[in-house]
Design a protein around this ligand. Structure first.
Ligand code: ARG
Length: 286
């Protein structure tokens, strides 16, 4: 089944919505420092392969009818390809990123000026936060990760900037250091027909945070460690099509059983930096 045919078969419950994404070409991608357990600076990386895999991800988004905007990659910022960390946008406002690690600090202002030049009102962050890596919009609520990167003070700042309920969730497994490696948002906008839903890896959260997730999302898909280690949860959904790591085959089957249309992509090279589909993709909500 082609992507367009499958979109036409979407059930009334699973309607794909057109989205707009910001991406950054991995022209300068490599792994020459280690700020998460996935990164091994002594192992070789292949920038050409990263580019090829990134381009096919972009192509998938375009073929699904989404719009992809681009920010110019900067030399010396190999992680800039992980655009999700560049900020968090909602209703024309962009909350800027302030990175936890010095290696990525210079990305913050670059993304912030891109937002300003592209129709966003920028809310300058005073607290440490890594954008959509740790802030996920689920229906009306913003789920907010802490424990490794974004601070809980940034959660308060986000609540103030956007006037939304912010639910703090504590991450406890260093492999899943950003919220978007541990939770996939399946219905990005609350569907008129029902609840917004998510998928998550229970073991990535503290007991208290897991209880919050169980209570709020009793229908959530619980993903296995085997799928999560391919960064399977680090995915992009338009409400029907879910772009995931092709190696997360268990998650793929779970999605299919729920009436979603999983589309597998291979980002093996970008996984060496500790990022997947979602990390490479920042949603623009103007
Ligand atoms: N090497 C990057 C870092 O450790 C990867 C970022 C992945 N991004 C994400 N949204 N999870 O910061």
């Amino acid at each position: 089944m082609t992507i367009t045919e499958s979109a036409a078969l979407a059930t009334p419950h699973r309607r794909p919505l057109r989205r707009t994404y910001l991406m950054c070409e991995p022209s300068h991608f490599t792994v020459d420092y280690r700020i998460n357990p996935w990164m091994h600076p002594s192992e070789p990386t292949d920038t050409a392969l990263a580019l090829e895999q990134w381009r096919s991800l972009r192509q998938v988004f375009l073929s699904l009818g989404h719009q992809v905007e681009l920010i110019e990659p900067a030399a010396g910022l190999p992680d800039m390809v992980y655009a999700a960390n560049g900020g968090f946008t909602l209703g024309g406002v962009a909350y800027s990123a302030r990175f936890a690690h010095a290696e990525r600090a210079d990305e913050g202002p670059l993304y912030a000026s891109w937002f300003a030049d592209n129709g966003f009102e920028v809310a300058d962050a005073t607290e440490i936060n890594e954008g959509e890596g740790d802030f996920l919009l689920v229906g009306d609520v913003i789920l907010a990760g802490h424990g490794f990167r974004s601070s809980t003070r940034s959660h308060d700042e986000v609540a103030q900037v956007f006037g939304r309920e912010v639910v703090a969730l504590e991450l406890v497994d260093p492999r899943f250091y950003h919220l978007d490696t541990a939770i996939a948002v399946l219905d990005p906008v609350t569907p008129a027909s029902g609840e917004a839903n998510i998928a998550y890896l229970p073991g990535a959260f503290s007991d208290a945070s897991r209880r919050i997730l169980e209570e709020r999302y009793p229908d959530a898909i619980l993903v296995s460690d085997e799928d999560a280690v391919w960064l399977g949860l680090n995915s992009i959904s338009d409400g029907y099509n879910v772009v995931i790591a092709s190696r997360a085959t268990g998650f793929e089957a779970q999605l299919r059983a729920r009436g979603y249309n999983p589309i597998g992509v291979d980002l093996s090279e970008l996984l060496k930096g500790g990022g997947g589909v979602k990390c490479c993709t920042l949603e623009l909500r103007r």
